[in-house]
Design a protein around this ligand. Structure first.
Ligand code: NAP
Ligand code: GLV
Length: 308
């Protein structure tokens, strides 16, 4: 089995060593421009277009991350073979840690206490009541479900929204465009963990914010293009949104002069909510390659029409 590999921003020697140790019978090679030699599989994260465009003989492409939005931007240039994505692979628990931390930070008003401390101010702030602090999770997939579990543990009322209806114990589930308005109604903390698709692009906009409780919080750990950034700035000005925790941005790295940097109500992290750990990833990739070779049923196949 011949496998080409391209993993933007990672330590290739370390990753290739892990892959070779886990599947010694396969030939893994780092893809370099000009490499058109035959390959059965491509393992990729953010590959250059010419790695895959028009390539013949591939049996499948494995995306070394959860989101396939960048890969699918190649459109018809992508070979017509199954695309597989990572499912959890160690990311879900990290995303749950991040989202839970952000909700607790806003709920317990640590964000405001931090700002007070910077001003050397000692002042008690009234507590929020959990009953009035409904958390809404947009996306109930591998990651959203894990976030829901974590928040339920702390006793938050939890709602979830997905494309197809889910039944998750303790979570009030809503589905589809028809269910969006009821889902959003009076939510105090909105977490976005949706894939970026034609349907979900710009979903975090003024109309969405207006449905939330006044003074709600936004936590975006999905993709920057889910958020209309000017609408967030306007909602912060009006007080409709009281604060935001953002891991992803329209442009990454967030440009130096961007207004988000100077708004103390926005907490910024550099797209680190869910890191792709090598060993968890290698384990899952090897399982998927084995299943493909044996012609077994396999999960994590991307539906190109739905965009995730
Ligand atoms: P997933 O398992 O495919 O789950 C996606 C969820 O979104 C599903 O519940 C799906 O509904 C729902 N959804 C999709 N389109 C929808 C629509 N139009 N309306 C309502 N719900 C919709 O994906 P995942 O593994 O949880 O990952 C989600 C996203 O997180 C990734 O695509 C990526 O962008 C982001 N991510 C970010 C980081 C980071 O470091 N910031 C790390 C990992 C992932 P159904 O259940 O009905 O299909
Ligand atoms: C990271 O953002 C991923 O989609 O895996």
């Amino acid at each position: 089995m011949k496998v080409i590999y391209y993993n933007e921003g990672e330590d290739n020697a370390f990753w290739l060593a892990g892959l070779r140790a886990a599947l010694p019978q396969a030939e893994f090679r780092l893809w370099l421009p000009g490499d058109e030699a035959p390959a059965d599989y491509a393992l990729v994260w953010d590959p250059p277009k010419n790695m895959l465009a028009g390539r013949k003989g591939l049996k499948a492409i494995v995306n070394l991350g959860a989101g396939v939005d960048k890969l699918l931007q190649m459109g018809d240039a992508l070979p017509d073979v199954p695309i597989l994505r990572l499912e959890d692979a160690g990311m879900a628990v990290q995303m749950a840690e991040y989202a839970t931390y952000a909700v607790l930070r806003h709920f317990r008003r640590f964000d405001e206490y931090d700002r007070q401390a910077q001003r050397h101010e000692w002042q008690f702030l009234p507590s929020n009541n959990k009953r009035d602090f409904t958390v809404g999770i947009m996306g109930l997939g591998a990651i959203g479900k894990r976030i829901a579990q974590s928040l339920l543990h702390f006793g938050f009322p939890v709602r979830g929204w997905s494309r197809t209806r889910k039944a998750i114990q303790g979570v009030h589930c809503f589905a589809g465009t028809d269910g969006l308005e009821d889902f959003l109604q009076d939510v105090r903390a909105l977490i976005c963990v949706l894939p970026l698709t034609a349907e979900t692009t710009s979903i975090l906009n003024q109309k969405t914010f207006n449905k939330l409780a006044f003074g709600a919080y936004l936590i975006n750990i999905a993709r920057g293009k889910h958020l209309v950034e000017d609408d967030l700035l306007a909602a912060l000005s009006s007080g409709r949104i009281a604060g935001a925790t953002l891991d992803v941005f329209q442009e990454e790295p967030l440009p130096p002069g961007h207004p988000f940097w100077s708004d103390p109500r926005i907490a910024i992290t550099p797209h680190m909510a869910g890191e792709t750990f090598r060993d968890d990833t290698v384990r899952q990739v090897v399982e998927k390659l084995h299943a493909l070779e044996r012609g077994e049923a396999i999960s994590g196949i991307v539906n190109r029409k739905n965009g995730y």
